[in-house]
Design a protein around this ligand. Structure first.
Ligand code: 13P
Length: 478
């Protein structure tokens, strides 16, 4: 009997996949990318922060092509699933070989847990969280990660011959955020806390500069990595004790999503179970707090590129981390439709003797994702982790090609792989800004195209717009 029920469940899922009108949610839609889109309506100035926030909603969520919110899609999918269950019950029991029935059930049953007894941190902001997350996970769009800490940003500016002062950092961020056409392929920008409160030269808050283009402001909320006692090669992340109050303040300032990065390192003796447990638990607690305060959490359990391990080792460690991550997230009641996942791709370590082709990286990454990440997730926004700008784009493209029917929106949230060539072109000189901005737009564009599986043929033959090679740096910190 249980086998028949298993088979019927799998049959119902198949029915949903084949016939539900929300299937557009589960596939990549094409949007116009060339020529550049007309800018979105510019929001007028509003008197109070409250009026401003209310009035900005239609601007933030206006899309060139309508994208159905995940919540509606999910409920219609459930309805179709129920309808399909009965029909599938009889058919599946007779038609599906017993082995496949078990595999289908095994592949889906462990991902979505019973959360009826979990807390519901999202209850106050449910609709807004779903709207924000599904907006960021729009087809052809990704995230500009510009949340380097003041120290790291200073280093980046010193690399191009500047002093790295706080004012230079503000001017640099202004250049990024005022890039003409940035909103074509960018739906969200992550900022460091200080930047969230800064303004352009003419006094317009960066939050407004972004919102007016339909780019949602986000904020990095972890406060950095600390060594784990007794395992000095490993780290935990600080910032939880003050998180709730800070999230409320960031929301008030206009942030609508947040990011927290934990890192696990592969060596002969790591990651320890303690490091993984700490990583996933901290991220789940952070995510629950963010949802309670109206911020969509980006959950980032990074498996570091540091090391000489092969891709198989990376795959095993990653599977373990992602599996535990989703179990603990659901135990804490974090709503999948109102969060984003920001993992590293499954690749060999930076010092590994053998590189792997993009097709293999895509296959390993998405196969493990299918085993561990619930299909209800709003979106997956990969970090670049020290890959070259071109490699990072090729990997996004390879993933779009490998799993055209992936249940999640697979995209990018890159820092180094969007900014490195831009910094080089800028070189700290005002007169280079237009060129640097055009380059940023072009790099965002190739990644946006890759997200839709369109970085191919004539477009990729033109060559990647970036001008840098490997961006790897051991022990990189934000
Ligand atoms: P990279 O793309 O440079 O790895 O940055 C990831 C990140 O977490 C920035 O927010």
């Amino acid at each position: 009997m249980s086998r028949i029920l298993f088979a019927a469940g799998a049959g119902a899922l198949t029915f949903v996949a084949l016939f539900a009108p929300s299937s557009e949610l589960f596939s990549t839609q094409t949007t116009a990318f060339l020529p550049r889109q007309a800018p979105l309506t510019v929001a007028p100035q509003y008197g109070s922060m409250e009026q401003y926030r209310v009035a900005q909603q239609p601007v933030m969520y206006v899309q060139p092509e309508a994208v159905q919110p995940q919540s509606e899609g999910v409920s219609s999918a459930v309805a179709y699933g129920v309808m399909g269950f009965g029909a599938a019950l009889a058919a599946a029991a007779f038609l599906m070989p017993a082995k496949e029935r078990r595999v289908a059930m095994f592949a889906t049953s462990s991902l979505i847990m019973d959360t009826s007894k979990s807390p519901k941190p999202w209850s106050k902001h449910k609709d807004e969280l779903i709207k924000t997350a599904s907006y960021i996970a729009s087809p052809g769009k990704g995230i500009l990660a510009s949340d380097e800490s003041t120290g790291t940003c200073a280093l980046r500016l010193k690399d191009i011959g500047m002093e790295g002062t706080v004012e230079e950092q503000r001017v640099y961020r202004q250049m990024l955020y005022t890039t003409p056409g940035l909103n074509e392929h960018i739906a969200g920008a992550i900022m460091f806390e200080k930047t969230l409160y800064e303004s352009s030269d003419d006094g317009v808050p960066f939050v407004k500069v972004l919102n007016d283009q339909g780019i949602i402001p986000g904020i990095k909320v972890d406060t950095g990595l600390k060594k784990i006692d007794g395992s000095p090669a490993e780290t935990w992340t600080s910032g939880l004790d003050t998180l709730k109050e800070r999230c409320a303040k960031y929301y008030e300032q206009g942030a609508r999503f947040a990011k927290w990065r934990n890192v696990v390192y592969i060596t002969d003796s790591t990651p320890t179970d303690a490091a993984i447990l700490d990583c996933v638990t901290t991220l789940a607690q952070y995510a629950a707090t963010c949802q309670a305060e109206g911020l969509v959490p980006i959950v980032e359990p990074e498996v570091s590129l540091d090391g000489d391990h092969d891709i198989e080792t990376c795959k095993e460690v990653t599977r373990k981390v992602w599996k535990m991550q989703y179990e603990v997230l659901q135990q804490y009641g974090v709503m999948m439709e109102g969060m984003l996942f920001k993992p590293a791709m499954i690749v060999p370590g930076a010092d590994a003797p053998k590189k792997e082709p993009a097709e293999k990286v895509a296959k390993y990454t998405l196969d493990v994702m299918k085993e561990t990440v619930p299909p209800t997730m709003a979106g997956i926004t990969f970090l670049s982790g020290g890959q070259s700008e071109e490699e990072a784009t090729q990997h996004i493209q390879a993933m779009a090609e490998y799993m055209k029917d992936a249940p999640w929106n697979v995209s990018f949230s890159f820092a180094r792989a969007l900014q490195s060539s831009v910094l080089k072109t800028y070189g700290g000189k005002k007169e280079n800004m237009p060129k640097a901005q055009e380059l940023l737009r072009a790099i965002c564009q190739v990644n946006g195209l890759a997200q839709m599986g369109k970085y191919t043929g004539e477009i990729s033959d033109r060559g990647h717009p970036s001008t840098t090679g490997s961006l790897y740096e051991k022990g990189y910190q934000y």
